[in-house]
Design a protein around this ligand. Structure first.
Ligand code: ZN
Length: 150
């Protein structure tokens, strides 16, 4: 993840991958390259994936509306999802853990397909996003490098 963050800033393109888990180890799956603006992450190994990671090569780690919508599509399939984003401006990775109840899942399935634009999304989903959030953690690249070395 650190080298993806580095390469992404250097080459000015987005990188992304699904994150998989085996025993206690979380590792990236197939690594996809996007353009400078956006990325679609496709394909992951069966069963054991826990979330996604992608990079923002020139902005912060704040998730875009596009990111949120993609996250919700994953969340309704698994009711649990971790979305990690590297932000160039922060030089850090933010990981947000989400969980949804059956009611929230129904709400998302009903309204997500009819979202027309960003404002429309915010009106419908901004409050819900806060309720779905279990935990937010920020890891700076500096501290991650220390962990890797030790
Ligand atoms: Zn993004």
């Amino acid at each position: 993840m650190i080298s993806m963050a580095r390469d992404s800033s250097f080459r000015n393109i987005e990188y992304g991958t699904y994150l998989c888990k085996k025993k206690r180890l979380i590792y990236p799956d197939i690594i996809c390259e996007g353009s400078g603006e956006s990325i679609s992450i496709v394909g992951h190994a069966d069963g054991n994936f826990v979330g996604r990671f992608h990079t923002h090569p020139h902005t912060s780690f704040a998730q875009s509306v596009h990111d949120h919508m993609g996250m919700l599509e994953e969340l309704v399939q698994n009711t649990h999802h971790v979305e990690c984003v590297y932000g160039y401006k922060d030089d850090a990775i933010q990981c947000v853990e989400y969980r949804c109840t059956p009611d929230e899942r129904r709400f998302i399935l009903k309204y997500l397909p009819v979202v027309k634009n960003e404002d429309n999304f915010k009106v419908k989903f901004l409050q819900l996003l806060q309720k779905l959030t279990v935990k937010t953690r920020v890891y700076t690249i500096k501290e991650l490098q220390l962990v890797v070395r030790s």
